[in-house]
Structure formats: structure tokens, C-alpha cells
Design a binder for this molecule. Structure first.
Ligand code: AMP
Length: 487
């Protein structure tokens, strides 16, 4: 079924009701707005310095994320944006922030932008400098791997906006050179990558030292459980905006799905589809987890040798680059990828996106299928769902306010009864007559502790032990106390 563009704007009452039940109606509206973006820069409440900068840059129209996020960010509410690099998201949050940032001579920064890598720090600072060309604002980028003292000096000169990687920012805050007490706006960009790189702990540390009253703005290319948890814990009733991959005309994408009982049957169906090498000539297969991506890769290598490559965040940078290149040039026609890794992938002429699993978040579905059907080429998106995944599928359909065509299970494909670990029912052992109750009680460690580790902590402090050993005070505090005693 090809989407009829015009029909997308007409939601009947039943559709509205069912959508509102599952996802907020405004989310759907946001998504539909991306189809036609008739908003101009004049419609946004910009000021002359911003207009002048946009003029110099030659930008004629806001991108969909800029058009939609402007008022949300300007309102001061918390905002969650699902959009990728390349959609114009840096200006989307920076234009409203700069529009309302008053000139100040105070030293402590008022805006903090956190990004996962030093390259992004440089890129974001560069973008801010472009859009703030006619505004008197001090911007500094700080990141690890370079001399912290030079950065301390720059911070000490006074800044308005700091763009930073989490680790270096925390070091600067701990050293007290950087005071975060005046931060009014916190932007976390590419938060999915940040969490994937293991920055969660650092982020929480930073939240601890930021003022409680602040606006949180977050951008992520994909929605993951970790991102969701972060939003629930730290955001207050956020406004949400979702942008499909920039410029993707969804009416170009034929969407269909198969109902398939388990992992190995999914592989059989996939193999069956991929045998049509003419039609399925550039296929991006999405898998939710790294482990399953590897498992799928191994199986496809056995069944269709030398045609597949894989990327996920446990692969080295070189491996990933090689895989992408092999896929881009057509050396391999199948690429297996996880959601986070596929961000930033801009590969032309992808004939099919196959969702090997049904994404848990509708936003991810939008991103995945947006990889095909680009530049007015027709593309196909095929989704595999097990019974367990039907709820996620319902959410996606509600989000798009349309149903995805269900295809008949392909003839001649065998249904496997082999289950992977995740699919096996978790059976609890009951009434085992040979099992004693004490079997479940945790016992002693399996080896004796070494003598030196057997010492017990008897209380008291190191200071007193040292004092007893040397028979004289070891610290200045003790000296003073003793002096007082002598008097
Ligand atoms: P970003 O998604 O923020 O990385 O932006 C991607 C690129 O789009 C950057 O080079 C921006 O300078 C550019 N850009 C941002 N806004 C616009 C716009 N309204 N029109 C054209 N290009 C833009």
C-alpha cells in the first residue's frame, strides 16, 4: 500500500480517539506536519540579528525540526526531539535560545550543551558561531584529550554558552573553575549515542551539580529504553517532536509486514526474500540488539555466503567503516545494523528496509523506514512481527494513523520450532523431590580467603594506629590539641 499523501491530514473521529489512547495526538500531528512544511522564517518570532545571520548563510526556509521546535523551546518547557544530524537540529534549539538570551557580563555560563564526542563539540560550536554572527555572545567548546589548563583559562574569562563532552565538563566543574550554578538551559544532543558510549553515570553526576530550576532540551536520533528512562527520571512533562529522516517522503515507501512465529522462522523468510537478488538489491536489515545482529550475520553467512556485512557499536571503527563502504559500493548487498549504529548512515538507493524485529518505539520505525524511498525513489519497508511484538506494531500503526499491509506467509518456507534463548519460556522448577531446601541457600565462597584478606575491621582509625606506633602526634590537629593540653 502506498500512502496517499492527501489522506494523511484527514483523521476521522475514531482514528483520533484510538490514537489519543495510545500516543498523544500532538505527536501524530507533529509527524504529519513534516510532510508539508510551509512555515517560513518570518513565521517564527526571530529578531534582526538572527535574520541577518540566516540571510548570510543563504537559508531560505526553516527545516521541519526548526519549524516545530522553535515555539516549544522558546516556551521554556522541557523538550524531547527525535531527529538526526543533518535535519538542522542545532539551529532548532539554538535559534530560540539565542532569541531570548539577554546580553550579560556575568562570568558563569547560562547555557550548557552536552554532546558525546569532541568532533561534535567542534561542529556545534561552529554552527553556533554562524547563527550568532550578529549577537554578542561568548561560546566555548571543551572536550577531553587536550590540555585542561588552557580550557580552564578560557572558562575563567567568562562564557555564556559552553559546549562540552560530559567527562571534561565534570572535571572542570569539580575543579571549581567552571561554575554551573547559573545554567538555565541544558541541551543534551545525541543522547542515544551518549548512553551507548556509557556516559549515563557522568550525565547523572552533572545533573547533580546543575540548578534544579532549568529547562532541559534533549535530542536523540533514536528512542531507546535508556533514553526513555532518562526522560522519565529527569524531565518534567516534556513537549515532544519527531522528525522522520530529513526530507523522506513517506508516500514513496511501500510498507508491508509478515506475521512470523520465531527467530529462526524469521531467518527462513528473510533468506527466501533475499534469494530474489534482482529486486532485493540493496537491503538494510534492522535488528534491535547487537547479539542478535551477530547471530543473524553468522546465519546469513552460512546460507548466502559473502553477501552480508554488519555494523553495531561493539565493532571497531575500521570494521564499521569497511562494512558501510562494502554496502555503499554494492560489494555486499545486505547490511545488518542496530538502530543506534544506523544513525548518520546516508546511503542512496536502498531498495528495502527489513525490520527483522518490530521496533518498540514508533519513532525508531519512522527512522528505519526513512532509509529507503529517498530522493523520490520508491522504496519498500517490510516488518517481521512475532505475537509478542504485536503490541509494538499496534503502536506504530496508531502513530502513523494507518495500517501496514499484512502479507501471507510465503509458500514453501519452513516454520522452525527451534527457539533462541530469549524465546524459550522461563520455567521455574517446582516440586523436585531430589532437591534439598538448603540447595538454594547461598553458601560460603568456593575458596578460602588468603590470610591477609582475613583481617577483620575492628573499628578505629588509621590515625590512632600510627599515633600508637610512633608515640607522637602525626598531624597538625593532634599537635595543637597536645599543645593545648600541656598549657
Ligand atoms: P544539523 O542537523 O544541525 O547538524 O545541521 C545540518 C546542516 O544543515 C548544517 O550544515 C546546517 O548549517 C544546515 N542547516 C541548518 N538549518 C538549515 C536551513 N534552514 N536550511 C538549510 N540548511 C540548514
Amino acid at each position: 500500500m502506498f500512502l496517499d499523501k492527501s489522506s494523511q491530514y484527514v483523521l476521522n473521529e475514531t482514528q483520533k480517539y484510538s490514537i489519543e489512547e495510545q500516543v498523544s495526538y500532538s505527536e501524530v500531528k507533529n509527524y504529519l506536519c513534516t510532510m508539508t512544511n510551509d512555515i517560513t522564517f518570518q513565521d517564527l518570532n526571530l529578531n534582526t540579528p538572527l535574520y541577518n545571520a540566516l540571510n548570510d548563510l543563504g537559508f531560505v526556509k526553516p527545516t521541519p525540526i526548526q519549524a516545530q521546535a522553535f515555539n516549544m523551546v522558546a516556551s521554556g518547557k522541557d523538550v524531547v526531539g527525535i531527529a538526526q544530524t543533518g535535519t538542522g537540529k542545532t539551529f532548532a534549539y539554538m535559534m530560540p535560545i539565542l532569541r531570548h538570551l539577554k546580553y550579560s557580563r556575568q562570568d558563569n555560563p547560562r547555557v550548557l550543551v552536552l554532546v558525546p564526542t569532541r568532533e561534535l563539540v567542534v561542529q556545534v560550536v561552529d554552527e553556533i558561531e554562524k547563527i550568532a554572527a550578529y549577537i554578542n555572545v561568548r561560546v566555548l567548546g571543551v572536550y577531553g584529550g587536550t590540555n585542561i589548563n588552557t580550557q580552564k583559562q578560557a572558562v575563567a574569562q567568562g562564557q555564556d554558552i559552553i559546549v562540552a563532552t560530559p567527562g571534561r565538563l565534570f572535571d572542570l566543574a569539580v575543579s571549581r573553575v567552571l561554575q554551573l550554578k547559573s545554567i538555565q538551559k541544558l541541551v543534551i544532543d545525541e543522547v542515544d549515542v551518549m548512553l551507548d558510549l556509557g556516559f549515563r553515570h557522568q550525565l547523572l553526576n552533572i545533573f547533580d551539580v546543575l540548578p534544579e530550576r532549568r529547562q532541559n532540551i534533549m535530542f536523540s536520533a533514536t528512542m531507546t529504553e535508556d533514553v526513555d528512562a532518562l526522560i522519565t527520571d529527569f524531565f518534567i512533562k516534556p513537549e515532544r517532536v519527531t522528525i522522520a529522516v530529513s526530507g523522506t517522503p513517506l508516500h514513496n515507501i511501500k510498507q508491508s509486514r509478515y506475521q512470523i512465529p520465531n527467530f529462526y522462522t524469521k531467518i527462513n523468510v528473510l533468506e527466501h526474500l533475499l534469494k530474489d537478488t534482482e529486486d532485493f538489491n540493496k537491503v538494510l536489515v534492522f535488528v534491535a540488539f547487537k547479539k542478535l545482529a551477530d547471530k543473524l550475520f553468522e546465519t546469513l553467512e552460512e546460507r548466502l555466503p559473502g553477501q552480508t556485512c554488519v555494523i553495531h557499536s561493539n565493532k571497531t571503527q575500521n570494521y564499521r567503516l569497511r562494512s558501510i563502504e562494502q554496502f555503499r559500493t554494492g560489494e555486499h548487498r545486505i547490511l545488518i545494523a542496530t538502530d543506534v549504529m544506523a544513525r548518520g548512515l546516508d546511503i542512496e538507493h536502498i531498495s528495502h528496509v527489513i525490520n527483522f524485529d518490530t521496533p518498540n518505539y514508533p519513532e525508531n520505525y519512522m527512522h528505519r523506514i526513512g532509509r529507503t524511498g529517498r530522493a523520490e525513489h520508491k522504496g519498500q519497508a517490510i516488518t517481521f512481527s512475532t505475537d509478542k511484538e504485536l503490541e509494538a506494531l499496534n503502536n506504530i500503526e496508531a502513530y502513523m494513523a494507518m495500517e501496514i499491509d499484512l502479507l501471507d506467509f510465503p509458500e514453501g518456507v519452513s516454520v522452525s520450532d527451534q527457539l533462541i534463548e530469549e524465546e524459550r519460556p522461563q520455567i521455574k522448577e517446582r516440586n523436585n523431590p531430589t532437591k534439598r531446601k538448603s540447595d538454594d541457600v547461598p553458601g560460603a565462597a568456593f575458596h578460602e580467603k588468603k590470610a591477609k584478606n582475613q583481617k577483620k575491621n575492628l573499628g578505629g582509625s588509621y590515625k590512632y594506629k600510627i599515633a600508637a606506633k610512633y608515640k607522637k602526634p602525626k598531624t597538625r590537629g593532634d599537635k595543637n590539641a597536645n599543645r593545648r593540653k600541656k598549657r
